[in-house]
Design a protein around this ligand. Structure first.
Ligand code: RIB
Length: 287
């Protein structure tokens, strides 16, 4: 069960990210489907995992639901409401890096009753995947307890409010360096992982490091996988692609090394293409 955001991405190619007070020309503008939640669901489905996406869109978002469905995601828990779909304004510079503004829209309207409905749709043994682009994530974490779920949290985008969530209920954190630094107040990957272990001794942490690869930690165990060398065109959605492929492999009971390798390969392909959901490769390509 992936309980997460669905966004329309407005993507602008720029020479450099816009500076304060600057008006900047963009030579290329495209509308893509996105949202960290939806991207991760599509990655899971393309990796051939069974995934239900629970989310909300406005009347302008029917095409996003269709895209999820066509990618193999179960969309029975996506509601259409009278609030505009969430959206993102994304600048992509000539090195393929991005700068993103998000507006929550329908992603920010979940009620207590809807949270219960989603959690009641989970079965014992299921994975529950969360990002930080919908409202009430703290409440969802709280309510996820005693249901025999494996709770995976990707705290993106990171906010100060996250520190007040009951993070001790998270089984697996999937974080990047920025998120790791906010959660632990540490800078180096080793220090981030050591502190995560101290703060959340029962949890596992996967720390993604972009070009420098990824490290998995549980107790004393540390497993590192290098990134593949590719020419990046657009890094949007690379983290989401990694998460979908890593978790799909984990749900099949594969060894961590294999899960990391599949995630790494998938995200390497993703960055060579434009867009978020559209750049997520299929399992056949990874193999
Ligand atoms: O992780 C990439 C995503 O972040 C984009 O698709 C955008 O919608 C934002 O949510």
């Amino acid at each position: 069960m992936n309980f997460g955001s669905i966004n329309i991405d407005y993507v602008y190619s720029v020479e450099h990210f816009v500076r304060p007070g600057e008006t900047l020309k963009s030579d290329n503008y495209t509308i893509f489907s996105g949202g960290k939640g939806a991207n991760q669901s599509i990655a899971l489905a393309r990796a051939k995992a069974e995934v239900i996406h629970a989310g909300k869109i406005g009347n302008d978002g029917a095409w996003l639901k269709e895209k999820l469905q066509k990618s193999g995601v179960n969309t029975s828990l996506i509601k259409t409401i009278d609030t505009p779909t969430g959206h993102a304004v994304i600048q992509v510079n000539k090195d393929g890096e991005n700068a993103i503004i998000i507006h929550g829209g329908a992603n920010q309207t979940f009620t207590d009753a809807e949270i219960e409905e989603v959690l009641d749709s989970c079965e014992a043994g299921d994975f529950l995947l969360l990002q930080n682009e919908i409202n009430a994530v703290g409440k969802i974490l709280q309510k996820s307890q005693n249901r025999d779920l494996t709770v995976i949290f990707n705290p993106a985008p990171i906010t100060d409010a996250i520190q007040n969530y009951p993070l001790e209920f998270v089984d697996i954190f999937i974080i990047n360096e920025v998120e790791g630094e906010t959660l632990t107040k540490q800078k180096s990957p080793d220090a981030i992982l050591n502190t995560m272990q101290k703060l959340y001794p029962k949890s596992k942490t996967v720390l993604t490091l972009g070009k420098a690869g990824v490290i998995y930690t549980h107790n004393e165990q540390r497993i590192k996988t290098a990134a593949l060398k590719v020419k990046a065109v657009d890094t949007t959605g690379a983290g989401d692609t990694f998460i979908g492929y890593f978790l799909a492999e984990l749900s099949r009971g594969s060894k961590i090394e294999k899960c990391l390798e599949m995630g790494t390969r998938a995200s390497a392909i993703c960055v060579t293409r434009k867009g978020a959901a559209d750049s997520i490769p299929k399992l056949e390509e990874i193999i």
